[in-house]
Design a protein around this ligand. Sequence first.
Ligand code: ADP
Ligand code: MG
Length: 268
Amino acid sequence: EERLPLPARTRIFTVANQKGGVGKTTTTVNLAAALAQSGARVLVIDLDPQGNASTALGVEHRSETPSVYDVIINDVPISEVVQTSPEFEGLACIPATIHLAGAEIELVSLVAREQRLRGALDRFLAEQEQPYHYVFIDCPPSLGLLTINAFVAAREVLIPIQCEYYALEGLSQLLSNIKLIERHLNPDLAVSTILLTMYDSRTNLANQVVNEVRQHFPTEALHTLIPRSVRISEAPSYGQSVVSYDANSPGALSYREAASEIARRGEK
Ligand code: ADP
Ligand code: MG
């Protein structure tokens, strides 16, 4: 496998878009796997009560499994809940269980409710003998307190955009929320990366969305497009990233290429 340059300090990404089904989880899991395959140490934080990232990475997340819920609500250290993915030694995951569905409400009355994940993550990263190179936080499709916790814990936002009609709808709301977080809670936060997903080159519409996104986000949008591919959508049911499930499929190649772009561009 191709070795990619490793960042000098941990790059922490929140993968966010308040729309569901745009490829947040798929992007989180496959970029993480591609970077781990290239030699990086990568941590995925599943912050969606659906637990799709945990499923796709093949890690245990039954309701009694210690999870990100315990970290955020009960101050349990990340070291006690983190699991290694069966796929790559350098790939770890903090699973989400169904309990996380209640966290949105429980957080409201907690002290420093926006900073809970950040505190835990800072402590965890500081105690590692072998540093993590990347952290990816997979967000639920909403702009509630869980997503705010992710924005406060990260420095980079990665927004997946589906190449479909209405793709850009809601984006200005997302961007203004990120601006608010930057102003009040996390001055280091910036949208660093936009990735176009489920691209179908045969449709004019997809190409229109690509052009429009590249016009709005000339530096943030990756050159790589993620094609619509059955192999990508099949992989999670085998508890695998597409990078392992079908390594030479166009979907796997595109996620490896996106990972390479992200690694080579570095953090601004
Ligand atoms: P989100 O996390 O934003 O809700 P997902 O990553 O779960 O979105 O993707 C939504 C659905 O689309 C899933 O069933 C997933 O397998 C499928 N999917 C995601 N990316 C692709 C792709 N490039 N080609 C085909 N299906 C995809
Ligand atoms: Mg998801």
